[in-house]
Unconditional design. Sequence first.
Length: 340
Amino acid sequence: MTLKSVTVGLTTLVCSLALLASNSGCEVSSTSSRTEDSEAGSATGGGVELPIGSEEGQQRVLIDGSSTVYPISQAVAEEFQGSHPNVKVVVGTSGTGGGFKKFVAGETDINDASRPIKAKEATQCADNGIEYLEMKVAIDGISVVVNPENDWCKAITVAQLKQLWEPGSKVTRWSELDPSWPDHEIQLYGPDPDSGTFDYFTDVICGEEGASRTEYTPSSDDNILVRGVSGGKYALGYFGFAYYLENAKKLKAVPVSATGDVADAVAPTAETIEGGKYVPLSRPLFLYVNKARLARPELADFVTYYLAAGQDLVSEVGYVRLGKETHAETVEALKAAIGE
């Protein structure tokens, strides 16, 4: 399964929802701002009513959040629905922060997250009576990418990345990072501020979560970032490892040096990410699950399936599997939350 097939699956789902809306008088928008509560059937949990089925009695699992985690969740959803035809799993991509806004309000069952939950989001969950289960599901290496025609930037240091991306940065040309590089304007692409990838990158590169220059092209859709970098010889961007792998023929990943010596630079690969060598841009990926709703069999079955079969799909879509110990701990935590 590739990101392309995932995108096709999502497009089909959006079309199906739109057709249902046109027949019922409901309005359905894109997956980043869905209105599934117009469907028949609901279950309580986390302080609000949540739709769980269509008029035909189909049960539903609602997921939103990180575009980085999306390929995994959508791949798992497609496989799960093949053996559970009465369950519809809807996966949106509002970004980690945008997804948490829905999760803390009880609008979704699961939030995909490319960073840990923030203290203010945890407080909002507590205020709304939502107890959550944090589950690590994969490991990612945020990839710094350039156009394949770029034959000068063979490696980059964390200090150079900070110089380029920090708030108030005056760097606009490649030569300002290294005098041997072209005296040409850099076209910058990156995640928008609702993205967990944005939060993590700015934290480890710029020294403070959310601290970033604003003169760049932001998007919550990683495919837009891919198109931007692949379409400009002097472009540079960053996003999750899976999106780089899926587009490796039209992008080039730049090795990153944490020490300041380009001789120590490490490229993102499954081996360097899993082995902890790709620093500081390796990070875990998460699911946050509304624990009260695990009483619904379809949600408990889906999350259990996610951990059982999902690790193979993690590798298939381009991320790195959890270590055996971490995976076993996550499985045990889920069993305890379900009450097994």
